[in-house]
Design a binder for this molecule. Structure first.
Ligand code: NAP
Length: 309
């Protein structure tokens, strides 16, 4: 089999992935972009591939994201016809579910208020709302959002879900498409974003969206930073229209030191840690697709490049 090339500006990640391939797939030759053998590669495994790096691969037959998202792969007209795959790790789902569960309990059970009250030594008790009265909306019902919406429903929350196409998930009221969006948002206490970043979803967490939620609702963004209109989010939190926001992803990562998001009371920042596929799983899935490509078999976790996810 031809060598596989790893493309990323992140040197630490490159080292970790090389080690994982050596552990999991010792038969596969894995090279970096500066290795002369990279020119023979038919498969490129990428995380933010440096500009022009894909164009230097004349034999490229598969672009593989090392993550669940593919928005970090720059669109390159030269490779418009090359198939793109992504990693779908069941452990990813578990990690994301843990993160979202924490967020739901944090806001539903008023931990945000208790922590703020502690700063001013205030002893205030708020009426406890039953889970069944707490309306949680999950945007994006794919491999992550679909499982999380189902799990929150089992935990007793009043769950709504929204996707591009119609879905059926037990215990979840599902809506779809542009016509279903207003009904989905209407009066939610908590909105969780698990959409992929595409032209249709960029900037979707904006003033209009926040105003459709219940007054004092909270927003959790685990999708991508570019889903958020940052100035509108800060204004909504500062005005009290939103009680707060938990943000895991940002347009620029690491979040720049001078970003107002760091210091706006009510906004919680986490460093893109909601969930990550294990390096071993990434290596196994990419190697499996490389073998399938070699044998002319159907690829796993193929992305629809026209839809962008
Ligand atoms: P996925 O399986 O591709 O699911 C995407 C979901 O979004 C699908 O339900 C899809 O609807 C829906 N969708 C796409 N475009 C839409 C639109 N215009 N309107 C309404 N719904 C739309 O993706 P996934 O594996 O669940 O991952 C989702 C995203 O999570 C990733 O793209 C990535 O950005 C993010 N992520 C973040 C982290 C983190 O650590 N923060 C980790 C992993 C992933 P259909 O089902 O109808 O097509």
């Amino acid at each position: 089999m031809k060598p596989l090339v790893l493309l990323s500006a992140d040197q630490v990640l490159l080292g970790q992935l090389q080690n994982a391939f050596a552990r999991q797939e010792p038969e596969l030759r894995v090279v970096l972009a500066d290795d002369p053998a990279a020119r023979d590669a038919e498969v490129a495994a990428c995380w933010f591939p440096p500009a022009g790096s894909l164009a230097r691969l004349p034999n490229l037959k598969l672009i593989h994201s090392v993550a669940a998202g593919v928005d970090h792969l720059s669109t390159d007209p030269e490779h418009a016809e090359v198939p793109v795959c992504r990693v779908v790790d069941p452990a990813h789902r578990q990690g994301m579910a843990e993160y979202v569960r924490w967020a739901v309990i944090h806001y539903h059970r008023d931990f945000d208020r208790a922590m703020e009250q502690q700063q001013r030594h205030a002893w205030l008790r708020h009426p406890q709302k039953a889970a069944a009265e707490y309306r949680v909306g999950v945007m994006g019902l794919g491999s992550l959002g679909g499982a999380i919406a189902a799990e929150l429903a089992v935990a007793g929350y009043a769950v709504r879900g929204w996707a591009r196409t119609a879905k059926q998930i037990e215990g979840v009221q599902t809506l779809s498409g542009g016509q279903g969006f207003a009904g989905f948002l209407d009066g939610l206490d908590l909105l969780v974003n698990l959409l992929p970043l595409t032209d249709a979803t960029r900037g979707i967490l904006c003033r209009q969206t926040f105003e459709a939620l219940a007054p004092g609702a909270a927003v959790v963004n685990c999708g991508r930073g570019q889903h958020v209109q940052v100035d509108e989010l800060i204004a909504a939190v500062e005005s009290g229209r939103l009680r707060g926001a938990l943000l895991d992803v940002f347009e620029k990562e690491p979040l720049p030191l001078d970003s107002r998001l760091w210091t706006t009371p009510g906004i919680i920042i986490t460093p893109h840690m909601a969930s990550a596929a294990s390096h071993d799983c990434i290596a196994q899935q990419i190697a499996e697709n490389a073998r399938r490509l070699d044998r002319g078999q159907p690829l796993l976790n193929l992305v629809d490049t026209h839809l962008g996810y």
